[in-house]
Design a binder for this molecule. Sequence first.
Ligand code: ATP
Ligand code: MG
Length: 423
Amino acid sequence: MKQIQAIKGMNDLLPAESPLWQYLETTVADLLHSYGYQEIRFPIVEQTDLFKRSIGEVTDIVEKEMYTFEDRNGESITMRPEGTASCVRACEQGQLLYNRGTLVQKLWYSGPMFRYEKPQKGRLRQFHQIGVETYGIDSADIDAELLLITSKLWQTLGVSEHVTLQINSLGSNESRAKYRNALVAYLEARKDQLDEDSQKRLSSNPLRILDSKDQNTQQLLDGAPSLFDYLDEESKAHFAQLQSYLDAVGVTYQVNPRLVRGLDYYNRTVFEWVTDKLGAQGTVCAGGRYDSLVEQLGGKPTPAVGFAMGIERLILLLQELNAVPEDIFQTTDVYLVVAGNVIPQAFKLAETIRKECPYVRLQMHCGGGSFKSQMKKADKSGAEIALILGENELENNEIVVKHLRSDEPQKTIKQSEITQIMN
Ligand code: ATP
Ligand code: MG
């Protein structure tokens, strides 16, 4: 019979790699908690309209990447392609966004996202993000804090030499609309010189033309009006403030006037952390400000800023840079070999050790087998120490201790002395 395979672009996480994911996830969670951020969780499917209304109808995500289907009631639901929209919905529904002025939300989430894309290295159909969202603060200090947190994360992970921060400001909705008109007028007059994708975007989502990968289009853009010249005064001041905070805390950045991001809801600050180590999938973390989204989804006006990072890409980066700590793969410290008919007593002893030495990861052998085959498994488990319990040892309240990774001679000790050798 033909074996059933996983869906294309949706990967299993096998135990050989799960320690690396756990390492990354706990590093991020610990860091965020140290800044006072709290975890929020929301469902994997939502009403389709949530994403249409927030991400924007004429974006890549909504036009061609969403997993949308009807449930048994005929209601259109979508597997979340990103977390921000759901986060806003959950905060609204959970009434977290009221009492502005006294209550600020600093939140993070983690989990799978779904986009129907062409699967390749660093680009999957089920991928994973850790996202951070803050609500209720419109000043640039919070934008700076988010960038400081991410920059700290790269340091902790040992990848900071290989990621660079790009920032830009999209201004207010009004100033962006004015700029859009100017850009369209400029490009319309040179339409035949644009690449095919950009020609289409000219009427649907012209700002996206700014980050076209096409060389000719990029050249054409050199002469185009600049977004910066259209920024309203307040957004200019906000952007200057952000840069002064980043300078003050020593986060280095490049201003990239063509950085626009692919989702409609952004205004003012947008940013990306980019690496040159992962080919075309070089953006490991991206985000920005979205001050009108809460209101757009039916809530009271609430300023917001956040970002999301791609876990798969960060894992690839850690591997590429050999920045994976070796000790995270150790899963067992002590392997208890059960030599003979002493399984009930072995269970008891194992529980005592686990209770007295809670930091020790102890695996008791299950499944029987000869002494020799058990010792092989002990070795393969990666444990430092094998404890051997047989009938003779049991009779004398003793246990045999064998160091598996050093030449230290095997010895027999009293069971009551086990805790002493565990340090
Ligand atoms: P890209 O331009 O690479 O398609 P994006 O702008 O669509 O990225 P966002 O929606 O901003 O990405 O998501 C934030 C981050 O999530 C990205 O920077 C990336 O690290 C990760 N990401 C997005 N799409 C995928 C995917 N299909 N597979 C793996 N990671 C992804
Ligand atoms: Mg994309």
